[in-house]
Design a protein. Structure first.
Length: 165
């Protein structure tokens, strides 16, 4: 139970920081926190549904998304013009572009215009927040469903198995 309390407190703080960072225009912080939330929920799903998975907290975001999409392919709800898995992967690509585009460019090539960059970072932050909520909600529903199936399976096994008393 202590682990769940700690997780809850971490999530509460992350959402509080997302709200504060959004209000102050700190889009990088929002993007980073959203990636952390999404990654955590994907890792929980992957390891919960495939305990032999080698995925861990150091698994690259793209690899984690790929493994999640393979496991959850029939369970991913629509999200925008695609499904939740495709939307998360598209956002990952935009997140990468935003994180690296403020100062990074090919030698001799200028970076993006500052206002264009800020607008793009703000859009990535808003999209990330929506996806973090959607993935968290999806994960919660899948987890409840999975636990109910496990409980039903355990009850059926206990009813049909002879007692070892």
């Amino acid at each position: 139970m202590a682990t769940n309390t700690a997780k809850y407190l971490s999530y509460a703080e992350a959402w509080r920081r997302i709200k504060a960072a959004t209000a102050q225009g700190f889009h990088f912080e929002v993007v980073t926190l959203c990636e952390s939330i999404i990654s955590d929920r994907l890792l929980s799903y992957v390891r919960g549904f495939n305990p032999s998975s080698k995925a861990n907290v150091r698994t690259q975001f793209a690899s984690l998304i790929s493994e999640w999409r393979k496991l959850a392919v029939r369970d991913l709800p629509p999200y925008g013009a695609s499904d939740l898995g495709a939307a998360v992967n598209t956002w990952r690509e935009e997140r990468n572009a935003v994180v690296h585009s403020l100062t990074k460019s090919e030698p001799g090539t200028p970076t993006s215009q500052l206002q264009s960059f800020i607008t793009r970072a703000e859009q990535a932050a808003k999209a990330g927040e929506g996806l973090a909520r959607a993935v968290s909600n999806w994960h919660k529903r899948r987890l409840v469903s999975h636990r109910k199936k496990q409980a039903a399976h355990a009850m059926a096994k206990n009813v049909t198995s002879p007692s070892l008393k």
